[in-house]
Design a protein around this ligand. Structure first.
Ligand code: ADP
Ligand code: GLC
Length: 496
């Protein structure tokens, strides 16, 4: 095991992100940022986080200090940001406040689509984060950015470093959580970014005549990571590369896949705040009670107590393969299983879910909402977990499902193939199928149902193996430390 850096490290690793649980979250990005920086911090790395101060930001933490009027130097005027500091489990977290950008009903979009000024909102965020850091006494060792919303930071850093010795020993790491979301905007917004004209090139931020913030990060970051080893390989191919595979291939030597972890303090049947009854691998009685309670809560047919309930939790988008599930719902209903879909997303998928709920009352339950407590109860109360994703950079919900004793049935892509040992392997923890085809998915589900019905001992053993899997963050955090070291700090001259 790599030794944690310990107390000798003096310079900070700044995480810059658009989401961090429990302050803000739309998906797995929020969960990851809610756990990784804190894990590093507890291992002795002086980590800190910067994120936007949304209207939706929920925090019971006291603001300890506000830095007023940080100049952001936006091209069209002397715009400033206020930065609030709180301390979260000992670690500093800074919120960038600029009401007209972040004091809104949602994070990125409304039902009508993305906010029209998302480019401006996140150009501002990147610039404000760097301006704030520039006002501190010492430059950080690393700025670790996540997804397109922070994609311009490595580009700014690249140019600032030439002009300002403050940044001389600061490197950037960029983590791709989802290559499909690129922050692609009209070329006219390039001027607003304030980047020099030479950045407008293939090896800069230009992408087929548009500004592409994710591409900026891929070109300028010191190191690129993504959230599973399999996805790191997949994105080098045309099939999974979302049009950026050729750029990624130029950076192959700097690209690493590090599997996400699970925050077991939040997610798990022994710890969750939201279950009617806790349970563990040693005492599974509570899982049955959670299933009974779920049936009652969702008004499902009582006979499902003795039939398998299959749960789905996620964004109702093509990525998650929800349409693949919808294609086989009638066949599954003929097999008399229960299905629960919790998610929101595309209207056509939401409508399909509601139609199935009307057609199969008591057996197909559709909850078109974002509700964290129900997500926990569904993990606990289901017998198996459905995840027919077309691609999955890591996927957290299948790891949560494993820990709740709910074997996943998933496509063999990205993080899903890295986290599930497929039946009939002697160490199986779930089921995986090859292509994102409804036929293959159905076959896998039927295999699972058959095992559940006819071989309860084998099923229970599989459940136990899944619950015992350890995806704690410590291992991943060590791998990130190794990346920080590789960025020139390993010689000891700067970092230790
Ligand atoms: P992604 O980030 O691609 O959406 P992940 O599996 O990494 O997928 O993470 C999804 C996170 O969002 C999990 O914490 C999951 O529980 C949560 N989530 C997704 N949809 C919902 C929902 N409708 N209600 C509650 N939680 C949800
Ligand atoms: C993205 C991916 C998901 C991953 C999450 C956290 O939203 O779609 O697979 O688990 O980021 O890294």
């Amino acid at each position: 095991m790599i030794q944690p850096m310990g107390a000798e490290v003096e310079r900070t690793v700044f995480f810059v992100t658009s989401e961090m649980y429990p302050f803000s979250k739309t998906g797995g990005l929020g969960d990851v940022l809610g756990a990784l920086p804190l894990t590093l911090f507890r291992m002795g790395v002086p980590a800190a986080v910067i994120l936007p101060f949304y209207r939706l930001t929920s925090s019971r933490h006291k603001i300890l200090q506000t830095y007023y009027n940080i100049p952001v130097g936006y091209p069209w005027g002397p715009v400033t940001a206020d930065v609030h500091k709180i301390v979260f489990n000992g670690m500093p977290v800074y919120f960038i406040e600029r009401a007209e950008y972040y004091d809104r009903a949602a994070y990125y979009n409304t039902p009508k689509g993305d906010y029209f000024d998302n480019a401006e909102r996140f150009i501002f965020f990147c610039r404000a984060a760097l301006s704030f850091i520039r006002n501190l006494e010492e430059a950080p060792a690393v700025i670790h950015c996540h997804d397109w919303q922070t994609g311009l930071i490595p580009a700014y850093l690249h140019y600032y470093r030439n002009a300002d010795s403050f940044w001389q020993n600061t490197s950037s790491v960029f983590t791709v959580h989802n290559l499909a979301f690129q922050g692609r905007f009209s070329s006219r917004l390039f001027v607003d970014s304030g980047l020099p004209s030479e950045a407008w090139s293939f090896s800069g931020v230009e992408y087929f005549g548009d500004l592409n913030m994710l591409k900026a990060a891929l070109n300028y970051a010191g190191k690129i990571t993504t959230v599973s080893p399999s996805y790191a390989r997949e994105i080098l191919t045309e099939k999974f590369g979302c049009g950026l595979d050729s750029v990624l291939r130029t950076r192959e030597r700097d690209l690493v896949g590090i599997l996400n972890g699970v925050n077991y303090a939040v997610w798990g049947p022994e710890a969750s705040r939201y279950l009617p009854r806790l349970y563990s691998g040693q005492d599974m009685a509570g899982k049955k009670l959670c299933k009974d309670a779920l049936i009652l809560e969702l008004g499902m047919s009582p006979h499902l107590r003795n039939r398998p309930i299959l749960g789905f939790i996620g964004r109702l988008r093509e990525q998650k393969g929800i349409d693949i599930l919808y294609k086989i719902v009638p066949e599954l209903m003929r097999r008399d299983v229960g299905i629960v879909v919790l998610g929101e997303g595309d209207h056509t998928f939401e409508a399909a879910s509601e139609r199935f709920a009307a057609e199969y009352p008591g057996r197909f339950s559709s909850i078109i909402k974002y509700t964290e407590p129900l997500a926990h109860r569904l993990h606990a109360g289901s017998d198996a977990f459905l995840m027919p994703s077309r691609y999955e950079p890591c996927g957290l919900t299948q790891m949560y499902a494993l820990h709740y004793g709910t074997p996943p049935i998933a496509t063999a892509v990205g993080g899903l193939r890295d986290t599930i040992t497929p039946w009939p392997h002697s160490e199986a923890t779930g089921f995986v199928f090859r292509d994102s085809s409804p036929e293959d998915f159905l076959e896998s589900i039927l295999q699972a149902v058959e095992l559940w019905e006819n071989n309860p001992e084998a099923w229970a053993a599989m459940v136990r193996r899944g619950m015992e899997k350890d995806f704690s963050w410590q291992r991943s955090a060590n791998a990130y430390i190794e990346i920080y070291r590789e960025l020139g700090f390993a010689d000891g001259s700067v970092y230790y």
